[in-house]
Design a protein around this ligand. Sequence first.
Ligand code: HEC
Length: 463
Amino acid sequence: MMAPFSFLHACVLLLPVTHGVAVQEAADPPTWNGGIATIIMSNCTDCHRKSGAAPFTLVSYEDAKKHARQIKRVTASGFMPPWLVDQPRGVFKHERGLSPEQVELIGRWADAGAPEGESTGTGKVASKPATAQWPPKWADIIVEPPEAWSVPAEGIGSMHVLVGSNPASEQRWVRRIGLKPTAPRAIHAAAFLADTTGAAVKMDEGSDGPGYEAMGDIGASPSGELGAWGIGMEQFELPGTMAMKLPADSDLVMELHYVPIGRTLQERPAMALDLVEPGEPVRQVVPVMMGSLLIDIPAGDSDYSISDFFTLPVTSELVGLLPKANFLCRRIEVTALVPGEPERILLEINRWDPNFKFPLLYREPVTLPEGTMIRMEYTYDNSSSNPRNPWSTPRRTGLGLTNVDELGMLLLWFAPVQPDGVESLERAHRLELVKRLGLHRDWKRNRKSPPAREPGGDVGSSP
Ligand code: HEC
């Protein structure tokens, strides 16, 4: 088995030859202290730590030894570390993944009985700091919902919305948002919105307990998207002087995507906002939502797709993207058609998993010229051969926000290069929203029967 020379070489240097036997170096089992610890610490402990998102810790040799066989299995299958993007690689912040050599090394280590190896003399392998400091130093305001919400122990999970009030009385600019869930194992993703319509507060008041469960149809979203968060991530941060508008008198809304873990947990997340000082320069980032509301997936259909297009009216930098879909979705493809250039892949995901949805922020924003057409295509598998199908017997599935419904949206964060481009971009975006809602209305009117979801029934093994 071949591994790059430098990597193997490094391992051999670290491997103590303890018994004085003539060893074939490459066949020597790797050890925890001789390299495995470093791989685990730099790829796994963001989540596999105390109060992390993962179900157990991987911060010591004892932890890793206990889970060695499982670690081999999930690294070989690519399930861990979770990273859904097949293409492009090397362009997004927070990218995760092991090299084939690292996977092979872990496999040999597990097969050899997970040897510890001799300590390199520096004592324990340093683990990453357990948690980042909270509240973060950069926080200008911290928002907390007034009470904790009980995350249900059972079910297949869904989206719960909590509302907090924005203490800023004037319009401000947000450049960074952090989230601290109190039940990190159950909260897999979150989105932040500024609602100026009062709709979220009204929904909250009309529902028992703190916040409300997002149910049913996605109508118009009256709220402004501010950013998003995914597990293992500390903060959502915009580059340079870029920032998003936080309107005065808006309510701050947290959409929490949760997964029940078998016991009831108390969740009262704190959200930290880093605001631009008044008078400082700002480049406005405009969130653009693409997607289709015309989703009606027949039971058994293994290759159902939706698509949408958006043409950029002004040259803009693309700062990041966030795909949104549920358990039936398998494949996501987003391309950019720049006039006069070959098609460029912005995003290709072949094994979508809503439990690991994550805002994809570029290390370096991508400039797309005026007239670029963004195209998204999502493919769904509503057959019983999709292991994530929430129904043991597939059912016709339509648009909605709970985990047994489907959706197909894509949020893109654009910063127009010219300041006066903001208005054109916002106008083009509004127009698309109106068109999309109109199409949806006509479609609903003309359809013979809506893809209504029947409550209860045979929700199968939840994925
Ligand atoms: C971004 C957070 C995150 C990172 C990074 C991460 N994990 Fe996990 N891991 C999870 C979560 C969440 C689960 C529970 C998944 C589930 O039950 O569906 C999990 C589950 C597991 C499991 C149990 C899988 C099973 O089938 O029961 C193993 C083993 C594991 N992780 C190993 C690793 C290893 C090894 C790494 C690093 C190479 C790693 N994880 C990195 C979040 C993470």
